[in-house]
Design a protein around this ligand. Structure first.
Ligand code: ADP
Length: 216
């Protein structure tokens, strides 16, 4: 089973697919977005410094996310892992490459979740998130609604709309993806370590396709 790097525009479904992979295969799910939201919720120094950056749909500095990612990668030991939301810049991709070299990690694949801006925006605007465990739901999709209104199926906490899931911030995040993260798709393609998946299909079909890739 391969370690996974998800590369995707906002609201493409990285979180949803990561939850399914975590349940079925026991992957550790390392989401820099979740780590930053936890830092904000706990009102830590990092949290206070990144809150308005995230709400504006801009990228947090490489130094902060690289340190967060390095720490959490060290904590998971030998478990297979999913990187959700990292790397997002060229510098982060190089830092990750160095971390992999230092830890002899060779068994990985970058998966690009391909979606157009309009479909992704619809997902972002219907999304509600558990700020405690990071699980996401979607009000516009019957299969992705929580069983009980506004309550997380996984941990029972209240669900909320993320403060950056509004139209203005979404558009900025999408543009940031095209400018900073799309070139990284090419970076992994050039290393022959990239698979693309069309994520405008339903959740189960996408999951099956990802299973084929990680078990290949
Ligand atoms: P989405 O995929 O919907 O954009 P994420 O939860 O992955 O949501 O990220 C939310 C926000 O957290 C990003 O818009 C950005 O501000 C910040 N962030 C997350 N990961 C990174 C990263 N690797 N580098 C810089 N900023 C990040």
């Amino acid at each position: 089973m391969k370690n996974i790097i998800f590369l995707a525009p906002p609201a493409a479904g990285k979180g949803t697919q990561s939850s399914l992979l975590q349940e079925k295969y026991g992957y550790a799910h390392l989401s820099t977005g979740d780590m930053l939201r936890e830092a904000i919720a706990s009102d830590s120094q990092i949290g206070r410094s990144v809150k308005s950056i995230i709400e504006q749909g801009l990228l947090v500095s490489d130094d902060i996310v690289i340190t967060l990612l390095k720490d959490s990668l060290q904590k998971i030991g030998d478990k297979p892992f999913i990187l959700d939301g990292f790397p997002r810049t060229y510098n982060q991709a190089i830092a990750l490459n160095n971390m992999f070299n230092e830890n002899n990690i060779e068994n990985y694949i970058a998966i690009y979740l391909d979606i157009d801006e309009e479909s992704a925006m619809k997902r972002a605007l219907g999304r509600i998130t558990c700020l405690k465990c990071g699980n996401t739901y979607n009000l516009y999709d019957d299969k992705l609604k929580p069983k009980q209104d506004n309550i997380c199926d996984k941990c029972g906490s209240l669900l909320e709309k993320r403060s950056d899931d509004n139209e203005e911030s979404f558009k900025k995040r999408f543009a940031t993806f095209i400018e900073n993260t799309k070139p990284i798709v090419k970076y992994y393609e050039d290393k022959y370590l990239l698979e693309s998946v069309d994520v405008t299909m339903d959740t189960e079909t996408i999951f099956k396709r990802i299973e084929e890739i990680i078990n290949d």
